[in-house]
Write a protein that binds this ligand. Structure first.
Ligand SMILES: [Zn+2]
Length: 250
């Protein structure tokens, strides 16, 4: 049985730990210390490190983990890294036999040019591209790229569990309610998220189905959202662009 738990890091990062028995893989270890202490405490073997993109809060712990453990690192082919790794791209399949898990690689550029996601067994590790109720900032790519990447993730089965790299859900949902205030699924999610966060429990994983119902960045074709922005006559990309720019200042 694959079990997935968050290792909190920095202010709001989650380093997701994928575990089967004593074997684990970690996604985006921005900091080595909390990973090392978790592995030692539970006597776990680190089989792999999976990197979604090159930002330091996602890779900052890799060098120190490699000093402690002999392990394989997978990182996007379209970005450069100063640690040894296997470059991965769309359609690659990562086999983790000790975890009884295969993960396929999806290219999802936008937040950064080479950003990838890892997807398998109904689990999606999407780094800083899709967040609970929101999406990542555009640092390197174009609006079209980020929009298409989000659409690619939205096309995964509704029951897919979504493991984002930051706890941004509550703030994102507050933003979502500016443009989609009457959406009952959104209202319900805001209530549940508040409750969960009040007890300091992660709001994640989310699911693709829930994101499609409540995340405005996946709902740019919805007339309610376009109308709230005064963009009834505009195309979907314009709605997306406007939303993303508004969110930058929210
Ligand atoms: Zn990032």
């Amino acid at each position: 049985m694959v079990k997935i738990t968050p290792i909190p890091a920095f202010q709001d990062n989650y380093i997701w730990m994928i575990q089967n028995g004593n074997h684990v893989a970690v996604v985006d270890p921005g900091d080595a210390a909390p990973v090392i202490s978790t592995l030692q405490k539970e006597n776990l073997t680190l089989d792999a490190i999976l990197i979604t993109h090159h930002h330091n809060d996602h890779i900052g712990g890799v060098q120190n983990l490699l000093k402690e453990f002999q392990t394989q690192v997978f990182a996007p082919a379209n970005e450069s890294f100063d640690f040894p790794h296997q470059a991965v791209r769309e359609n690659d399949l990562i086999q983790l036999p000790n975890l009884k898990l295969n993960l396929s690689v999806l290219d999802i550029p936008g937040h950064t040019n080479g950003h990838v996601a890892y997807y398998g067994l109904n689990h999606l590790f999407c780094g800083d591209t899709l967040f609970g109720g929101g999406c990542g900032r555009l640092f390197e790519g174009t609006y079209e790229q980020l929009f298409n990447s989000l659409q690619k993730l939205a096309a995964l089965p509704d029951e897919t569990l979504v493991y984002c790299a930051h706890e941004y859900t509550e703030h994102n949902l507050r933003f979502a309610s500016l443009v989609d205030s009457k959406n009952p699924a959104l209202i319900n999610r805001i209530t549940l998220t508040k409750k969960v966060r009040a007890s300091n429990t992660p709001s994640l994983p989310s699911s693709i189905g829930l994101e499609k119902e409540t995340n405005p960045f996946l709902r740019c074709e919805d007339q309610t959202i376009a109308s709230a922005l005064g963009l009834q006559a505009s195309d979907t990309i314009t709605v997306f662009k406007t939303l993303r720019n508004m969110r930058n200042n929210f």
